[in-house]
Design a protein around this ligand. Sequence first.
Ligand code: HEC
Length: 425
Amino acid sequence: MRFSIAGSLLLLCTLAGVVRAGDPPEAAKSGKAPAKPTYYEHVAPIVQERCQVCHRKGAVGPFSMTTYKETAGWAAMIEEVVETRRMPPWHADPKVNSFKNSRRLSDLERDTILNWVKAGAPKGDKAKAPPKKTWPDPKAWRIGTPDAIVEMPESFTVPATGVVPYQYWEVKTDFESDKWIQGIEVQIGATQVVHHVLIFVHYPNRRRSPRVRGGLQGYFASALPGDSIELFPEGSGKWLPKGSSLVFQVHYTPDGTKRVDRSKIGLKFATTKVERRVQTVALNQTRFSIPAGEPNHVVRGTYVFKEDKMLLAMLPHMHLRGKGFRYLLRRPDGSSLALLSVPRYDFNWQNAYRLKNPVFVPKGSKVIGVATFDNSDQNPANPDPTKTVRFGEQTWDEMMIGYMNVVDPTESQRAAYAKQQQTQK
Ligand code: HEC
């Protein structure tokens, strides 16, 4: 079966509700939580929408929350992680911008869960349960049948226990011509233990190739928990020149059982003319030295836009000493705008923050990344607080990268920005 582009986009919109939690629906944002909520009536709808994407059989979460019994058994732990907002994993400050893939619980959702645990996790009336949520088959391609599939060159056996360093594989593509990519889906082999996959691109012409070194540039695609599809609007796409290689970076988190993974990426080629290029660019800084024991070391990086772009998404990347990351836009007219603030960065969660309203970035703008690092013994992830830390690719070295997904603006987006400038004068 082949999907049309419009069909695929429609499919994506339908999927958006399934695959990405997004902001809570309007009705769930306000109102007061019941003092004695029950599982079936009040808690199950929240768990379905906000937790099951990762907490169901075969998904990345360490246990399943698809029945009353499974969920109630974890009540005390759920209270702790919801109270501290450790779960669902979402690290952006809600005061800065809105994101369409936000996982943050509304106050109503949070209070409902907390009140339910306090009330002793009552079951309630099963007749009031929401219809059971169905999840897409992990083996089915949700972007439609791909035009090409690029697989890890070999299977990887994930041990039952222990910490597995990031694994890398490079695969050369064999397409006969340069390609414009309109749809991307990363399919994970062993969903229980693959925490995320990032895929980078090496162009055949090394001089024009992005500097992939440690992922400084060349980001191409990813599978993050509950977020593994990208479909670009008609007339836009990512460029993949003939002879390119794709580099898989996989983060495995063992779950007590030995498992075998072979993840892959499916690509849909553009069928119409692509006039607007989607790119992932990155601000970064490689020259820094974080003193031993320093709890709040600041490192800045800048990216200058040479053309007008629409900013679609951001993905900050640091390693184990990473503490906070902010993106700031400074336009050539001197005005500025906070784009993203991640006050409590967590290396384990490579979140992409997808803007609800893409931001017009006029030519000559700078995006400034401000990263903070905690190299003290107060940082539980710190492998060695007695060492000075510099740039490097190993997890015990540090990185400072702020990826940005951008696309050329449409004429109407340019016009809308020009008009907005006029009214501000
Ligand atoms: C995007 C995926 C994802 C979502 C959404 C998610 N979790 Fe988790 N959860 C995980 C993973 C993975 C772990 C394992 C620990 C880790 O990696 O932080 C985890 C661990 C937990 C734990 C155990 C914590 C511990 O210290 O062992 C609890 C309890 C939990 N989640 C509850 C929830 C609840 C409640 C929700 C919804 C309100 C939720 N999670 C949503 C992925 C998710």
